[in-house]
Every structure is written in C-alpha cells, then in structure tokens.
Design a protein around this ligand. Structure first.
Ligand SMILES: Cc1cc2nc3c(=O)[nH]c(=O)nc-3n(C[C@H](O)[C@H](O)[C@H](O)COP(=O)(O)OP(=O)(O)OC[C@H]3O[C@@H](n4cnc5c(N)ncnc54)[C@H](O)[C@@H]3O)c2cc1C
Length: 569
C-alpha cells in the first residue's frame, strides 16, 4: 500500500485528508468525526495499542488492567450515540454505593446516588450535614448547569477577538446574568479553594474529606488552594446511567471505550497504525504538509491534529523557530506540575476493612475507597510534596473493578487500582527510579492499617511513578491532564491565550487532546470540539457548533437528575 520515496522516506500512495498524531480517546474521537464528514483519515500511535491513558492491558496474566484511567463519568453521551459505541462493545457499569471512607477505629461513611443511604450514613457523623447535603448537591447542580455548556463551546479568543468571539462572550454574559444570585456560587467554585466551600457547608470531617478528594485528583495542590474548587466541579460534571456525578467502570476495563472507538473509526474508513511514533511535523511555507515517523516514513496531509500535549507538539515535534517567539514563550509557561502515582494490584482476596470486615464482595468494595481521614491529612500530605518529597502519609483512592465486573480478573481473585497523591514529579533528594518501590511499600503500609489482610493478599503489582507516566504515555511532567487544570490554564487560556480554538500558529495544525479546552479526563470533548473546528463547514459556523446551538445544549439536558455529588474517581 505504501511506496518508498528515496532512501528512507515513505509516503502513502493513498491521499490522506487528515493525520491524527496519537490514538488517545480524543484523537480517536476527532478521527471518527472527520471520517464521518468524508475525510480520509490516518491515525498514528507510538504505543503498541490505541487508547493513550484510557486502555486495558494484561499487565498480570489473566487480569485486564486499566493501566492509567480507571473510572468513567465524563465521556459525552452524545458521542456514544453518534458513533454507536454501545454496538461496538462500550458499556459502563454503575457502582452503588460509589464511595467508602473507612477509619481504623471502625467508623465508616458509605455514599452514593441513593439519597436515603446518604442521609443515613452522613447522620452517623452529623445530622446537620445530612440535612444540608441535598442542598449542597443542588448548589453544584446549579454551577454545573452554567459550566457544562461551555465544555462543548470553542472558547473565545482573548487576544484577537473576531465577531464570532465577541458573540460568544455576549452569549456567555447572558448565560451568567441568568444565574442571578447563583452567580457568586459559580465564581467561588470556578476560582476559589474547595476547602472554603466545604468548611462553610459542612462540619463532619469524614464528609468533607470524602468530598475533598475530588478537588485534588491530578492536581499538585491542596484543598485550601485556589483553583481546587474547579477540580472538584470537574469531577462531578459527568454522569453514569443518567445520574449526575456518578462514576462507573467500563466493562473489560477502560480500554473497552477506546477499543470501541477504534472499531467505529475503522468502520468509518479511518486507518490506524500503532508503533508509529511521529518525530516531526512537516511544514512548508508556514503550512503543515504531513509528519515523519521515527523509522523515517513520511505521510502527507494538509491537516494534522495532534493528540499529544502542547510541549510535545510544539517543542519536540516542531522546530520552535518555526513558531512565533511569544507563542513559544507561552508554551514554556504551561504548568505540568503533578503529583499523581498509580499502583495496579492483583489480589488473592478482597481487603477486609476494620470498619467493615469480610472478604466476600460487599458494598464497601464496590465504589471508590478513600484512605483520607480528614482535610488536615490532605494538607499535610501536600506539605511534603511542596518540598519535593512524596507524602509521608499519602492520600489513597482505591477501586476494585472486579467486584462489579468479574471479566477483569480470574475467578476468586481481584484487581485493585490505587491512585496516590502526593508523589511530586520533581523530587529534591532522590529519583523516582530509586524510590518508586519503597514509596509503594509505604502506601501498602497505610492501607494495611485500614485492612490488615491487604498486603499478604497481594499477588503482583505495577507501580507507575510520575516518571513512568511520562515515559509510557508521553505525558509531560507525568501530568495526567496534559497540563494542570488551574484557572490560568482553562477555557480561553488553554493551552495558551490566543490559541484556545484548537488552531495553532501553523496553518493546518490543530490540537485535539486534553491539552486543549476543556482539558483532561476521559471526556472526548476536546476531540469532538477540535473536529468541529477542523471541518470547513463547522468553521463557517454551521454543523454541530453554532454558538447559540452550543449554549442551547444546556436546555436539552435532562432536568432534575438525581445522584451523588461524590464524583469519586
Ligand atoms: C494514571 C492516570 C489515571 C487517570 N484516571 C482517570 C480516570 O479514572 N477517569 C478519567 O476520566 N480520567 C482519568 N485520567 C485522565 C485521562 O485519562 C486523560 O486526561 C485522558 O485520557 C486524555 O486523553 P487524550 O486522548 O487527550 O490524551 P492521551 O490519553 O494522553 O493520549 C495521547 C496519545 O498520543 C500518543 N502520542 C503522544 N506523542 C506521540 C507521538 N509523537 N507520535 C504518536 N503518538 C503519540 C500517546 O502515546 C497517547 O496514546 C487519568 C490519567 C492518568 C495518567
């Protein structure tokens, strides 16, 4: 199919209209929508499999491990419908209850999307909080109702606003004005610290700690730092089975989603090549002309969409001299600070918690298990990271998908995912290659205090330090969101001011992954928005994205969705 050109350059005899660099879930979404519109699309992925950070791999024989991302809520139902992903095998399994916060002294808090359960459980710690919790959920719902439509909106350009940008600002302004008294809630959540919000609403340490974990996932920040309010909101904006904020397991692991996307893409005529690392984006006269691979192959297309992060795209795949100096400087300023580490564990038996003993599957095993007793514990864990050390007492978020989805582990055995904070990428006195295993042992010691049979039931483990996340997934700084999700890096400022519209200074080159608005998480939205901007008819204002239609999306959302505000990754 491909012919050699010269010594080491290979170019397809087929013409491609667009090349997508990277087969993360967003790259695949972009590829599908471009192909649906009739473009001939080629996807080039450096790893041996598609999916980026949303994959299933058999790390331990017989176990289907969600190597990186492990729960879904944010992925857009519209994309599932458009691409008929259910027919290609994508299925989300709800978790009820969705959250379990145990204490070594025997107390525990179970929560989920059942209002009666939430009331009963929170009452154990504070009857006042139990009464207030539904009002807190309603507040988050109001804020989410304002923010959600902006996720599918191409952010207005702050630096060179055209008529389209001005119209977008005006529509946003109208939407903000409609909030009335809720406007101050929105501003606080979008810019403030999660701790201030939680302290004002609640008195129970268990409830506050449980909710606060959503505010720090993937962030190098403690809940008392500005910006964590948005991270909290980001994690409660999705849904599972129509329930707001509920997270579910993907059957067969997270790769169930990306494999379904890849099947849909192939049926739409997309070509996907794995083990095809792009090393250069090719330009001529300031326009993109194609890409070159590590082995020397070259592919030509007038459109290239990069699913890699902004640093990789603009500093490694392009010669910065081909870009405006102020753009290069802005890319240099992007924060990739991160402090997340992941441990995947094969277990001979389920953890038996002091707070809820038993190794038979129970409600305590179904959702996210929070090892995080109170807000000060999180603050102290962050303090260590601030000084370049992994937390002495880390915050652990554990999930055991095999309890809900038996297909991911051999009969009688279990799979546990432990998402750990804080493990700062930049260590002061050691390297992650030296201390990764010791730190994982420390996490296991902490878990043993809550479930004494944990360590002895471990059959195998995989420790992914921030350095491993960078090496395996090409995530700069190990940042799980392709760039921090701080207010200075969101909406019109993502990835950098002036380039939030998926376009770049290079004609024909686009960003289509989490590096672009609305950022990280398995959402598909950056890929969807990027496709809309790439397609000429969308660029001229028709297609799925005219401004008012985008904002009207909110009106179409089902009202009064029930569910828990415990996002619980
Ligand atoms: C440990 C971890 C846990 C997480 N947990 C969750 C979770 O439970 N739920 C959730 O919603 N989100 C979670 N996230 C975040 C979420 O997974 C990411 O934000 C999301 O997957 C980003 O998708 P993407 O398609 O934009 O990019 P990526 O998934 O980063 O994919 C980019 C792809 O591009 C490829 N690529 C890069 N450079 C090149 C090149 N030069 N040539 C060819 N290919 C290239 C990469 O190999 C990769 O496949 C987690 C992330 C991590 C790392």
């Amino acid at each position: 199919m491909y012919t050699r050109l010269g010594d080491n350059a290979v170019m397809g005899t087929e013409r491609h209209d667009a090349i997508v660099v990277g087969a993360g879930h967003n790259g695949l979404v972009t590829a599908c929508y471009l192909a649906r519109a009739g473009l001939r699309v080629l996807v080039l992925e450096r790893r041996y499999l598609v999916g980026g950070a949303c994959v299933t791999e058999e790390i331990f024989p017989g176990f289907k491990v969600s190597t990186a991302a492990y729960v879904n809520s944010l992925f857009r139902p519209e994309i599932v419908r458009d691409l008929r992903l259910a027919e290609y095998g994508f299925e989300v399994l709800p978790r009820q209850p969705s959250s379990f916060t145990p204490y070594p002294d025997g107390r525990c808090l179970l929560m989920g999307s059942d209002a009666v359960l939430n009331h009963r459980e929170i009452s154990k710690f504070s009857p006042r909080d139990a009464e207030r919790y539904p009002q807190y959920e309603a507040m988050l719902e109001r804020v989410a109702a304002f923010v959600e439509p902006t996720l599918t909106l191409t952010p207005p350009d702050l630096l060179r606003p055209g008529i389209r940008d001005v119209l977008r600002f005006m529509a946003l302004g109208r939407s903000f004005r409609r909030l009335g008294p809720a406007a101050s809630e929105v501003v606080e959540i979008l810019t403030g610290p999660a701790r201030a919000v939680l302290d004002r609403w609640f008195e129970s340490t268990a409830l506050k700690a449980t909710l606060a974990t959503d505010a720090i996932i993937g962030a190098m920040a403690s809940p008392s730092m500005s910006g964590t309010g948005y991270v909290l909101l980001h994690h409660v904006m999705g849904e599972t089975g129509g329930k707001r904020g509920a997270w579910g397991y993907v059957r067969g692991g997270m790769g169930g989603l990306t494999q379904a996307l890849a099947r849909a893409a192939r049926d739409l005529g997309v070509q996907i090549r794995c083990e095809a690392e792009v090393t250069r984006i090719l330009l001529q006269d300031g326009r993109v002309t194609g890409v070159a691979l590590a082995g020397g192959d070259e592919y030509r297309a007038p459109i290239v969409a990069s699913n890699a992060d902004a640093r990789v795209t603009f500093q490694r795949l392009l010669d910065p001299r081909a870009l405006p100096a102020e753009f290069v400087a802005a890319v240099d300023r992007i924060s990739y600070e991160s402090a997340s580490l992941k441990i995947n564990v094969a277990l001979a038996e389920l953890p038996s918690f002091r707070a809820c003993p038993g190794t038979e599957p129970g409600p305590q095993h179904r959702g996210t298990i929070h090892i995080c007793p109170d807000l000060d514990y999180i603050e102290r864990a962050y303090d260590d990271a601030k000084y370049g050390r992994p937390s002495e007492r880390p915050v652990l978020e554990c999930t055991i998908p095999s309890v809900v989805d038996p297909t991911v582990a051999p009969t009688g055995q279990h799979l546990m995912s432990i998402f750990v904070q804080y493990a700062p990428y930049a260590l002061r006195e050691s390297t992650w290659d030296d201390i990764g295993d010791r730190f994982a042992d420390r996490c296991f010691d902490v878990l043993d205090e809550y479930a004494p049979n944990f360590r002895r039931s471990v059959l195998a483990r995989q420790v992914l330090t921030p350095l491993d996340l960078e090496r395996i997934f090409n995530l700069t700084g190990g940042n799980i969101f392709q760039g921090a999700m701080t207010p200075s890096q969101l909406f019109s400022l993502r990835p950098v001011p002036g380039y939030a519209g998926y376009r770049t200074p290079v004609k024909g080159l686009y960003l289509c992954g989490a590096a672009a608005h609305p950022g990280g998480g398995v959402m598909g939205t950056p890929g969807w928005n990027a496709a809309r901007e790439i397609l000429p008819r969308a660029a001229s204002g028709s297609g799925s994205g005219p401004l008012e239609a985008e904002l009207a999306w909110r009106e179409k959302q089902p009202k009064n969705r029930d569910g828990g505000a415990t996002g619980n990754y």
